[in-house]
Design a protein around this ligand. Structure first.
Ligand code: ADP
Ligand code: ZN
Length: 632
């Protein structure tokens, strides 16, 4: 590298965060905690920022980066774990007219050199890089040189929970980031994450040396997301019905636990006429990248995936996130479902769950390599999730309470919208427990799974019953008045509450110490009524189902003329996105196009007042948009 470096770009006139928000991003106001974080970071303070997915973390460092660069402080280095997404993130900044770049292995030597030149000249506003890149001696030396010249403005550490072993995305390379504090004292650091319970939070502070940083905790509520947790009953069909009835043609993510199930489900959806693709860590890297790219760029694609998919996916118009299997805990559930509706428009978080899920998750913990302490923590986290699944009160109140936030019933979850009927299952719970207890002294292995127990309680003469003479037990047939579905619910609840454990490959049931109080009738058990069987429900729903639609309607209610304008704008946007090799939403969000179509601005001034239209986009696209809007 040449010894003589060009002088840093002359600072433009000072701007305030509010001006930058308006001019560059085209937004009228900061949301929630954004204003406070931005003010603090712009002034050079360290911070740990906890904001739910879709809460608007990017602006928390992008706005300070721009303001500080304009004031002559130089570059903001954004540490991000996901190389695959840097291209689109930087593309979005370019669309907004911000001089940003990324450094990663996808660049060839020439491109990388060009980026380094811009960096060293102090012209770059934001530079994105993965932690392993940031920590190379070469890069650290470059940063040192910038630092000495006062041109290292800020570090933003995205997905900061990756530094914690307690979190669910631990990345070894993140540990090295503590070096930034030592080597560049005085350079403010901003750590951002959407998931961190108290434990993880403390870990981040410790490992990134953020002891004196201010902690900003935004509300974790995502009011536009509707939560639904349905009982499992032919889950694939339930999923198909959910997509057809409520999300025909929408982009969505379907999470499954295993690679095999991902493949099967994607195939099945495709056969049913839904545009779906699989994504899991077992697929070839090239295939994965292609599928992810299609998801980001296409409209209306359904990605069926393991949790390997999604971190950092900032596609704003994902209209639903479905879980066919139970996630590990509430943090994981909340982060995964948070990928829906980042644009603030209505979206669904939908999950099916059943007894087998409980058994599987417990077994995965039990069979895991982790130490006993860690297992205990995992079990208690699973219990909290199970309690959420079994709840018959507001899901959101429970979710937010888990993150220490008080709230009142939301009116936008399944339980609020259709309060479930409940029944007093205290007697049934006692019968189930004594059924398990009685097996101990009966013939056979003494240990049985849920299916056989239910047969015995209901007095069903199966081969197994005859073989073990279980029709002679005192518990034989004592629960004939309770349906099989209800029994499953009772058992699930007992397992969820920790009175029963399901063990081994066959999920054989055993009592825990706490079962005694329930057996004695000291613990009242209230359960939701199981849902109606599928057949009856689907017939009714089929009658009400909407006909398939060809073109997706706009996200806001628009009259026919406005809808036509909206579709015209979308077609134009698709062309621009293709030309720029970027996802369409990077050009403009659906919500922005819809507002244009509805308001029909007739001048550049009026167009610029629409949310999401910044100065650069107005200059680049304004005239063309006005022309498109006039074509009536
Ligand atoms: P996160 O990284 O926290 O998941 P993002 O930074 O991707 O969230 O922001 C989510 C969406 O909200 C983005 O599409 C962004 O453009 C939009 N957004 C963020 N802040 C604002 C704001 N103050 N006004 C309007 N839209 C915003
Ligand atoms: Zn609710």
């Amino acid at each position: 590298m040449s010894a003589v470096l060009p002088a840093p770009a002359a600072p433009v006139a000072d701007s305030t965060p509010q001006q930058v928000l308006h001019e560059v991003f085209g937004y009228a106001a900061f949301r929630g905690q954004q204003a406070a974080v931005v003010e603090h970071a712009t002034a050079g303070g360290d911070a740990l920022v906890l904001m739910p997915t879709g809460g608007g973390k990017s602006l928390c460092y992008q706005v300070p980066a721009i303001v500080r660069h304009r004031a002559g402080h130089g570059v903001t280095v954004v540490v991000s774990p996901l190389i695959a997404l840097m291209h689109d993130q930087v593309g979005a900044l370019h669309e907004a007219g911000v001089h940003a770049a990324f450094l990663n292995s996808t660049l060839d030597a020439d491109e990388a050199r060009r980026v380094e030149r811009e960096l060293m000249a102090g012209r770059l506003v934001l530079l994105y890089a993965a932690p392993e890149r940031v920590l190379t001696p070469r890069f650290l030396a470059q940063l040192q040189s910038l630092h000495e010249r006062g041109l290292l403005s800020l570090f933003a550490i995205d997905e900061a929970h990756c530094v914690s072993q307690w979190g669910h995305d631990f990345r070894e390379e993140y540990l090295g980031l503590s070096a930034l504090a030592e080597q560049f004292p005085g350079v403010p650091r901003l750590a951002l994450t959407a998931t961190a319970d108290n434990h993880t939070r403390a870990d981040i502070v410790e490992r990134l040396a953020l002891q004196t940083a201010r902690v900003f905790v935004a509300s974790f509520d995502r009011p536009n997301i509707r939560y639904t947790i349905a009982e499992k009953d032919e889950p694939k069909k339930q999923l198909l019905r959910f997509i057809r009835d409520e999300h025909e043609g929408d982009a969505g993510i379907v999470y499954c636990q295993s690679r095999k199930k991902v493949e099967e489900t994607a195939e099945w959806l495709k056969a049913e006429g839904i545009d779906a693709l699989p994504y899991h860590a077992g697929l070839d890297a090239g295939v994965r990248a292609r599928h992810q790219d299609r998801f980001l760029r296409d409209e209306g694609l359904v990605m069926v995936a393991t949790i390997a998919f999604g971190m950092g996916i900032d596609k704003p118009d994902v209209r639903f996130v479905a879980h066919l299997d139970l996630p590990k805990n509430i943090e994981a559930y909340y982060q995964e479902t948070g990928r829906a509706g980042r644009d603030g428009l209505p979206a669904d978080a939908w999950m099916t769950y059943g007894l087998a899920d409980v058994v599987n998750q417990r077994r995965m913990i039990d069979d895991g390599e982790a130490g006993e302490d860690f297992k205990r923590l995992q079990r208690s986290k699973l219990d909290a999730l199970l309690a959420l699944c079994e709840a018959h009160d507001c899901r959101r109140v429970r979710l937010l309470a888990y993150f220490d936030e008080d709230s009142t019933p939301c009116g936008n979850c399944d339980n609020c919208l259709h309060p479930p009927a409940t029944w007093d299952a205290t007697e049934a719970a006692r019968k189930a427990l004594s059924g398990i207890y009685r097996f101990r002294n009966a013939a056979g292995s003494g240990r049985y799974g849920a299916g056989h127990l239910i047969d015995v309680l209901r007095g069903k003469r199966t081969e197994k019953v005859a073989q073990h003479g279980h029709d002679t037990l005192s518990t034989w047939g004592i629960g004939a008045d309770v349906t099989e579905a209800q029994w499953r619910l009772v058992l699930r609840q007992l397992i969820a509450m920790g009175h029963v454990v399901a063990e081994g490959e066959y999920g054989t049931l055993a009592l825990t110490d706490s079962a005694r109080a329930v057996l004695k009738g000291d613990v009242p058990v209230s359960l939701r009524q199981p849902a109606e069987p599928t057949a009856a429900r689907s017939k009714r729903e089929r009658g009400a189902a909407k006909p398939g639609r060809s073109a997706k309607p706009p996200p806001l209610p628009l009259d026919d003329d406005a809808t036509e304008r909206f579709l015209r704008l979308k077609a134009w946007r698709a062309e621009v996105a293709r030309e720029h090799n970027l996802p369409a939403y990077v050009v403009f969000h659906d919500a922005t196009l819809a507002e244009m179509a509805r308001e029909q601005p007739a001048s550049l001034g009026a167009l610029g007042a629409i949310s999401g239209v910044g100065a650069k986009k107005l200059e680049a696209y304004g005239a063309e948009i006005l022309r498109l809007l006039e074509q009536d």
